[in-house]
Design a protein around this ligand. Structure first.
Ligand code: HEC
Ligand code: HEC
Length: 524
């Protein structure tokens, strides 16, 4: 499926994230963002006491957050913007009224589209406000009490049944939403913060140049390679990758990226036959990018990525674990690497197999009494904390994501199925007995009925299937004649078995096979 604009998609009743990562035209004369605010928005949003535009100037959010609001102005207020104009406006607003890195950090999982179970830090707030969308959607905005109240008003006006939805109807929803909740939100996530005031003085860094990348794609493995970034001005870049996976697969491709708010990298790249979207954060020194990329239209499939540049920088260690006893190959990927490899006490570097400034591969052996757990890896002056885990045996397996929602699709319908990629993560016991994460390991996969109801309905038979890579494909959309006309909705367990020196260790996750997602906002 093409990465279509939210607005065009709305017309087709199909909504996906849209302009983030697309590039805006180069700006000349009066900045396009300022011009659009005056010409398109000021019609309704009059001058505010703060010197800006009422409502618009009184909130801060991520690029995706601004896209969500602007798309509502398009859907509800007949605002008409081209995709390029919308991109310029999102950039203009996110740069001037964005979130500081520290403010976005706790909720990056939502921007990165990770399949995580949220852990809200305020149960009352979550009960009131996180039953229809994520808690992250709220935590990624900053406003004062009055603006949070207006947002509550908008909710009640647009969705008058809001008081009757799950977790609303068991309390006096509107009474709380119009009093305690805005006060709490205004105190917790206010418009003016020191971190944001400080961040605004931060100079935008030019990212042009050569970077070294390392990462991991669940279902496929570790990868390493090069990223070349060329500036097109105004935080817009063209980018080119050359990547090699641990299994030998080589991929090359190109794309573009935009950096919002001085650190929010959003890219779109075609690598081999796949198109992917990148959601990375830039470190304060401007020399490290990290985050997650995911396939266009399939955000259940993606990978982690770290890119570094300059001297003495480590992007990753592959594999990120070593077993006591027999020697194994360890590669440190980085930029400007120079010097001896130090894997810490109890690990002997027996031989340097290859060494360039971009990667050093060694044959290393962990002594029987090497301390178990995560440790620092160093190459000369380059250091990376907790980069290598020493273990003795696999004592448990956890499947990630722990809970996933796969969605039926295809079968002649307009929406493709939404797949889930699972991965078996091995754990060992630390010296104190606590579970210690080792890392992803190859596994044998199967799907099973989650409970008796699922067994009665034959969910495992109809709900979907899992490939040897751990990729789960849900059943086709629409009524299934073999199932008395019901669709293929299912409640399943996904089971992984990891073989560890002759011992089989099992782990499981939970997957719901659910109906299609007809409305997909940039922050769920
Ligand atoms: C035709 C009138 C109209 C135009 C034009 C318009 N808006 Fe709005 N806007 C509204 C109304 C009504 C609301 C309050 C209801 C809501 O939030 O949906 C609103 C609310 C907002 C809010 C507050 C949203 C929130 O989450 O609390 C922002 C920000 C905003 N608009 C931005 C814009 C921008 C940017 C533009 C120009 C691209 C724009 N608006 C153009 C009518 C308009
Ligand atoms: C009944 C379901 C529901 C509940 C409960 C709910 N929301 Fe929302 N919220 C929505 C929907 C739907 C949207 C998307 C609006 C749109 O189409 O742009 C939204 C959008 C938002 C946005 C993005 C605003 C923007 O400008 O786009 C924020 C922030 C938000 N909600 C916060 C809250 C808070 C705070 C509460 C609790 C007081 C709350 N929500 C409770 C359904 C809900």
């Amino acid at each position: 499926m093409k990465f279509i604009s939210w607005r065009i998609a709305a017309a087709a009743a199909l909504m996906t994230a849209a302009t983030i990562g697309r590039h805006a035209p180069a700006l000349a004369g009066e900045p396009l963002g300022a011009k659009l605010l005056k010409e398109t928005c000021a019609r309704c949003h009059t001058a505010s006491p703060s010197g800006g535009f009422e409502r618009i100037s009184e909130q801060r959010k991520t690029p995706e957050g601004w896209e969500l609001t602007i798309s509502r102005m398009e859907r509800f207020e007949q605002v008409k913007l081209s995709a390029a104009q919308e991109a310029s406006l999102v950039k203009w607003l996110a740069d001037r009224q964005g979130l500081a890195p520290e403010e976005a950090a706790p909720f990056r999982y939502a921007l990165e589209r990770r399949a995580v179970v949220e852990a809200p830090d305020d149960a009352d707030l979550a009960g009131m406000c996180a039953s229809c969308h994520t808690y992250a959607r709220i935590g990624l905005e900053r406003r004062d009490k009055g603006e949070w109240l207006k947002l509550a008003n908008m909710h009640l006006g647009q969705w008058p049944n809001i008081e009757y939805v799950a977790t609303s109807r068991d309390r006096e929803w509107w009474k709380l939403a119009s009093t305690e909740i805005p006060a709490k939100l205004g105190a917790k996530w206010p418009l003016v913060t020191k971190v944001w005031t400080d961040w605004q003085t931060h100079q935008h860094v030019n990212l042009a140049g050569s970077w070294r990348v390392a990462g991991h794609r669940p279902g496929k493995g570790d990868y390493a390679g090069d990223l070349v970034v060329r500036s097109k001005g105004d935080d817009h870049y063209s980018i080119a990758y050359r990547i090699t996976y641990a299994d030998g697969t080589k991929l090359a491709g190109q794309g573009s990226a935009v950096v919002y708010t001085g650190f929010e990298w959003r890219g779109t790249v075609r690598l081999g036959r796949e198109e992917m979207h990148e959601v990375y954060a830039l470190s304060t020194d401007g020399n490290r990018l990290s985050g997650r990329w995911f396939l266009d239209g399939q955000d259940g499939i993606g990978g982690d990525m770290v890119a570094v540049r300059g001297a003495n920088a480590i992007a990753g260690v592959e594999p990120p674990f070593i077993r006591l006893g027999k020697p194994s190959r360890i590669t440190v990927i980085g930029s400007g690497l120079n010097g001896t490899v130090n894997l810490g006490s109890g690990i002997a570097v027996e031989k340097v197999l290859s060494a360039t400034p971009g990667a050093v591969t060694v044959l290393a052996a962990a002594a029987k009494d090497a301390p178990l757990g995560a440790r620092m890896v160093a190459v000369g002056k380059a250091e990376s904390a907790n980069a290598l885990v020493v273990y003795d045996k696999v004592s448990a397996v956890k499947v990630e994501p722990e809970i996933a929602v796969a969605r039926m699709g295809g079968n002649g319908g307009p929406i493709a199925p939404a797949l889930s990629q699972f991965e078996a993560i091995a754990y060992t016991k630390a010296a104190d007995g606590a579970p210690l994460r080792i890392g992803p390991m190859p596994a044998k996969w199967l799907v099973a009925n989650f409970d008796e109801t699922a067994a009665r309905d034959g969910d495992a038979k109809f709900g979907g299937h899992i490939a040897p890579s751990g990729l789960f494909t849900p059943g086709p959309a629409g009524p299934n004649p073999k199932r008395n006309g019901y669709d293929n909705a299912a409640n399943l367990s996904v089971k992984a078995t990891v073989a560890d020196a002759g011992t089989m260790v099992e782990g499981a996750a939970h997957v719901y096979v659910a109906p299609q997602r007809w409305v997909d906002a940039p922050i769920r």
